[in-house]
Ligand binder design. Structure first.
Ligand code: FAD
Length: 319
């Protein structure tokens, strides 16, 4: 049976939910799924990985004098070494900052085809579907090569629980690196909220928010429904919120179940990041805004009246 590797992302000691949809995608081809876990204790994740159909947990430990907690060059070489040792031909990782660092490097080193930001992959046929031209169209791309690499957009593929018994493979890999790249310092992000690429519900604000302080309205509302807060590029460029919250072509691509756009006009570049949302709700004073013609529900009005009202209703409902 052919093997497919999936690079598992772990945050604060837990496997990110988005990994589970990626595992379902790897399993769909009826292949053996090898979960590659970098510099962490694989046994900690046995229960969840076995509940989603993983056949092997590969614990890759990078070390040596060059070791730093995050070194894309070293981690790239370690993953390639593991792929070669285990005869893994196809590799999946999430299209997240980590996946965006690793996959292109691995593809270049292996001279392998890579499709990023896939919304679906058929491993048997080597076909990947991905959004193109700022999300205006969906392209189907055929890949062929000795290896095939796919970046999976977080949250677009639903997890499929399947019971398996996973074998444990421990791989200490002490790869020499060029030394051209060295992580000097890693600082924790300022935001304590859920990563927007993982959020089930996102409430986003645009230029109409007017200030950093006004974003508190969105954070309060988000809190009542376990949502994350996102933003348009204007809100980020104005310095009201950090770049990690930007949704769009040059920000994060998100696929929540519900996306609430507050005072966002709906530019092509913003749509490129949230078009795949399950349901889009627009709150806008302008019924002619592009966001309105592309949403599922439209609330016409001033966000400074509507958002507090929404927060109030949701708080009452929770009591
Ligand atoms: C190369 C490139 C890349 C880009 N990448 C991105 C990207 O990744 N993400 C992104 O978002 N943009 C991106 N942009 C910018 C993009 O083109 C738009 O300028 C931007 O998305 C507009 O942000 P906005 O909707 O917040 O502001 P505006 O377009 O100014 O819209 C504000 C909206 O708020 C409404 N409004 C005003 N007051 C209220 C109120 N009180 N209550 C409710 N509604 C109100 C208005 O009717 C309007 O619809 C990019 C642009 C370029 C050129």
């Amino acid at each position: 049976m052919e093997k497919t590797g999936v690079v598992i992302e772990i945050k604060k000691g837990r496997i990110k939910d988005a990994n589970l949809g990626m595992i379902a995608c790897a399993r769909a081809a009826n292949r053996e799924v090898y979960a590659l876990i970098l510099n962490d204790t694989a046994e900690n994740f046995r229960e969840i990985l076995e509940a989603h159909g993983v056949h092997a947990m590969v614990e890759i430990t990078t070390g040596g004098a060059d070791h730093t907690p995050w070194n894309p060059e070293q981690h790239t070489r370690a993953i390639i070494t593991a792929m070669e040792a285990l005869h893994i031909k196809a590799l999946l990782a999430l299209t997240t900052p980590m996946g965006r660092e690793l996959l292109p490097r691995i593809a270049a080193a292996l001279d392998a085809p890579l499709v990023m930001d896939c919304i679906d992959v058929d491993l048997e046929k080597g076909l990947a579907r991905t959004t193109l031209y700022s999300g205006k169209t969906i392209g189907t791309i055929q890949v062929t090569g000795s290896h095939e690499l796919f970046g999976i957009r977080p949250n677009v593929i639903a997890p499929v629980p399947v019971k398996t018994k996973a074998k444990m493979i421990s791989m200490p890999i002490d790869t020499p690196v060029s030394g051209k790249f060295k992580t000097v310092e890693i600082l924790p992000g300022q935001s304590s909220q859920t990563d927007i690429t993982e959020a089930d519900i996102i409430i986003s604000g645009g230029r109409a928010m007017q200030s950093k302080e006004n974003f508190d309205l969105l954070f309060q509302c988000a809190h009542t429904m376990g949502a994350a807060v996102g933003a348009s590029r204007v809100a980020v460029d104005m310095g009201w919120v950090p770049y990690t919250m930007q949704v769009g072509q040059t920000g994060e691509k998100v696929s929540p179940r519900v996306y609430i756009a507050c005072g966002i006009s709906g530019s092509i570049q913003h749509f490129a990041g949230m078009k795949m949302s399950g349901m889009i709700i627009a709150i806008n004073t302008n019924a002619e805004a592009a966001m309105v013609s592309n949403c599922d529900y439209f609330i016409e009005g001033d966000l400074f009246e509507i958002v507090p009202l929404l927060t109030q209703r949701l708080t009452q409902k929770a009591k």
